[in-house]
Design a protein around this ligand. Sequence first.
Ligand code: AMP
Length: 372
Amino acid sequence: MRIGVLGAGQLGRMLALAGYPLAKTFVFYDMSGSPSAGLGEVMIDRDGQYLDDFISRVDRVTYEFEHLPLDIAEKIAASKPVHPSPRALQICQNREAEKSLFGELGIPTPEWKIADSAESLQAAAEALGCPVVAKTNTEGYDGKGQAVLQSPEEAAEAWNSINHPRLIVEKFVEFRREISIIAVRSESGELAFYPMAENIHHQGILRYSVAPAPGLERHVEDDARRYIKALMNELDYIGVLTLELFETADGLVANEMAPRVHNSGHWTIEGAMTSQFENHIRAVSGHPLGSVEPREVSCMVNIIGEHGDIRRILELPYARLHLYNKGERPGRKLGHVNILADSYKELVWRVRNCTQFLPGSPEFTASLTSKG
Ligand code: AMP
């Protein structure tokens, strides 16, 4: 079976790496002009001239990137199965549509309003009460296109700096920590939920994911499962879906979802019986799902901006290194290290030992550590 992947970054690369043992082959369709998947067949097509050729070469299509033109996904879906469906893509491209769907399904969100001018941004900040977070309604990722307003008077400056015609303005959530749930749904409607991960961001970029999230109460995980299940059923979803949440004193608040494998699930490559990548390929291919049980406790450490001392990391017996074959650039995701341990205490020690070889790593302060 030939799987077509829209997008050709590291997520596509890891999908292919998981699909080869199942005898899948891959054709990547890249509209950015700078693919980094580095394996499979890569078609670079900046303006859609070769889309028919791509469609004719694949049996099923999925994506690893949600900021692509919806009409491309819809056109493909007219002749080949596209999983997840273009409707899932459409909703995940638009924060307003996403938050509205969360609301309809009873999934709590921060209070929010739409702003389409500096004046309406100021009015939204006044109505919601500061601090608020203003975000571009479309196209945002890794904290880009966002500003926190400490007072409504900051609206004009924030409006100019974000420079986008439509913003979503959210009340700032005083969270204990950020957590995510990754679930997978097969063609037959079978569902599996990975243990949730605790995610630590620095300057808007994910740096560490610890899974299973330490100290997570059963009822909180049950809520997250209920929310993601409602989304998957509503969207008739096939594949991996990620839901990012804030854990607060009053329960969970949803931030956003991603219709794909996710950075907070990279720990599953060695940390779970079946990785998120393999399960996505299984689901998209119409196969049964694999076990999502964790093997031990895991921490995924992102390699951001510069590679650090790769040689020393390779010497650590408990570290599994994944490199994306990308050039160094500030803020760029270049790879990750998965660390497993048989206790959280050992995990913290191992993560700290590893990050001394990764310059620029923020201090590891998960809820596991005294500073968390
Ligand atoms: P996003 O692009 O929506 O995932 O936001 C990036 C990061 O900004 C999140 O991971 C949070 O750390 C922070 N953030 C986003 N929205 C809020 C909010 N409403 N309240 C507090 N922090 C937020």
